[in-house]
Write a protein that binds this ligand. Sequence first.
Ligand SMILES: [Zn+2]
Length: 256
Amino acid sequence: MPPSSSRAQDETLIVVAHPDDETLGCAHELIRHSALCHILHTTDGGPFESRFWRQAGAATREEYAARRKAELYAAMRVFGLSGAQLEMLPVADREAPRNLPRLIAEITARLRALQPAIVYTHPFEGGHPDHDATAFAVQHACASLDAEGLPMPERREFTGYHARNGEFHAGDFLWEANAIVETPLEPGEQARKLAALDCYHSQQRVIARFALSPQRWRIAPVYDFAHRPHAGPLYCEIREMGYRFEDFAALAAAAR
Ligand SMILES: [Zn+2]
């Protein structure tokens, strides 16, 4: 049975790695329940590798990260979110796996303070190391609340991207787990999502690879982060994003 979507006054925490992930994954929430949404970004979107920010015409990593933050604020204004609903950890893009204990602690603190009914995050699919790190940290933050006897939010995940036959594949989950909820966006909602995505000037090439509608999400399964999410090379390995799965698994094991 699909999970219930009836919730009038439930605070929602969206924990994502990069500016634009929140709109790609959670536009349905940001459009329909904007007043209830809080967003925590686990990185500032600025990688250490200079080619990313040089391509965008930025002189430093910090300048590029500041630009991405400004894009995020502009995009969230499209949905009516204020700066008070946004927070970003000072972790560089692609560095989330090297900051897992910090991510767990920061997310746990936000969950304690906000007590959201729902938390959304990425699935664990080897698409991007920061996405996998964020999924790991959210699962462990929820578990630590549970261990303290505190109420756990419903942990949801939205579709992202992963490798399929060695190629980029977006819009579906990698493997079957809990029932998938498909939320088509109405034409007016699609226009708002597009207006928000248009604010991400630095990310247009990536954004063009995602469909505007529907949004797909499900209750997140309990992942075993010690095992490769699928056989064969992961998308983050194919694209050489700085981690083989074994690197990620070692960092995850140390964080546990
Ligand atoms: Zn991302």
